[in-house]
Design a binder for this molecule. Structure first.
Ligand code: G3H
Ligand code: ZN
Length: 278
């Protein structure tokens, strides 16, 4: 059932658990995420990033419609989120395309410009009933390079939340985007300090590179929304490789997409269950 992002995040925060936000690139991702969440019997957030929209020839509407249709039929609570949006024109399409929340990502800008652009975006989004996440202290790896040394300052986090009115804050605590091994080490003391300083739920990006015990410790320290993308693609692509290697005569894409979708669903079930454990 479609459920507002803010409600799923608030429920998770109150329960002291994490709610996963999985990245959707294709309809198979959406189907796998819902199947995995249903198997776990737990809520989940489906998020489409600006990068994924670029892959779909710059058009948000088709992948949004497919994702929304899959989510609407889910037997568990599912929220729809637009992720890592730098293009203001995309933010403008979020509500009409059925999203309930947006991450406005101006983290590449200098601090003052980030605050100004985010404040303007929050005012526009709140006017449309959208829940807004923003990022402070850029989490590295968006262009493939890891930046594990970047950290968000708690005092600055408190100032940004007060100045912009955001509903959730993505912070840099040691994770990095697009890691294919799970070797990231997080700064748990910093997570707790950020939780105490910022009066909004915290979001962990680049969670695919974070091992299970570190993820659980991060949630215990105060992380709430846990963004996961690459782990699904690792499972998906691994299954495609295995299927094609075992059957060189395969031409029907369903023959390799079906096991790949199953592999993604298993990963979703495992991670969703892990994050819900206290
Ligand atoms: O916003 C999306 C996430 O931060 C995904 O990061 O692909 O490294 O798991 P990841
Ligand atoms: Zn991210």
């Amino acid at each position: 059932m479609l459920t507002p992002t803010g409600e799923l995040v608030e429920r998770a925060r109150r329960a002291g658990v994490g709610v996963p936000a999985f990245n959707v690139i294709t309809i198979e991702h959406a189907e796998a995420i819902v199947t995995g969440a249903e198997a776990a019997g737990l809520p989940v957030i489906l998020q489409v990033s600006e990068n994924a929209v670029r892959f779909h020839h710059g058009r948000l509407a088709p992948i949004a419609a497919a994702t929304r249709a899959v989510a609407s039929a889910a037997a568990v609570d599912v929220a729809l989120h637009l992720d890592h949006v730098e293009d203001v024109h995309l933010v403008e399409q979020a509500a009409e395309c059925g999203f309930d929340s947006v991450m406005v990502d101006h983290s590449r800008l200098p601090y003052q410009d980030n605050v100004a652009a985010t404040t303007a975006a929050v005012a526009r989004c709140h006017g449309q009933g959208l829940w807004v996440e923003s990022e402070l202290g850029e989490v590295g790896g968006k262009e493939g390079a890891h930046a594990p040394g970047v950290r968000t300052d708690p005092a600055e986090a408190a100032r940004v939340v007060a100045a912009t009115g955001v509903d959730a804050l993505a912070v840099a605590v040691g994770s990095s985007h697009a890691m294919t091994d799970r070797t990231a080490r997080l700064d748990h003391a910093l997570i707790a300090a950020l939780r105490d300083a910022a009066p909004v739920p915290l979001v962990l990006h680049g969670s695919s590179g974070v091992p299970d015990d570190e993820l659980r410790a991060a949630v215990a320290a105060g992380m709430v929304k846990i963004n996961i993308g690459t782990a699904l693609n690792t499972a998906f692509t691994g299954a495609v490789r295995a299927t094609l290697a075992a059957a060189l005569d395969v031409v029907d894409p369903r023959k390799y997409l079906a096991p790949a979708r199953d592999a993604m669903a298993e990963t979703v079930q495992t991670l969703t269950t892990l994050l819900a454990r206290r």
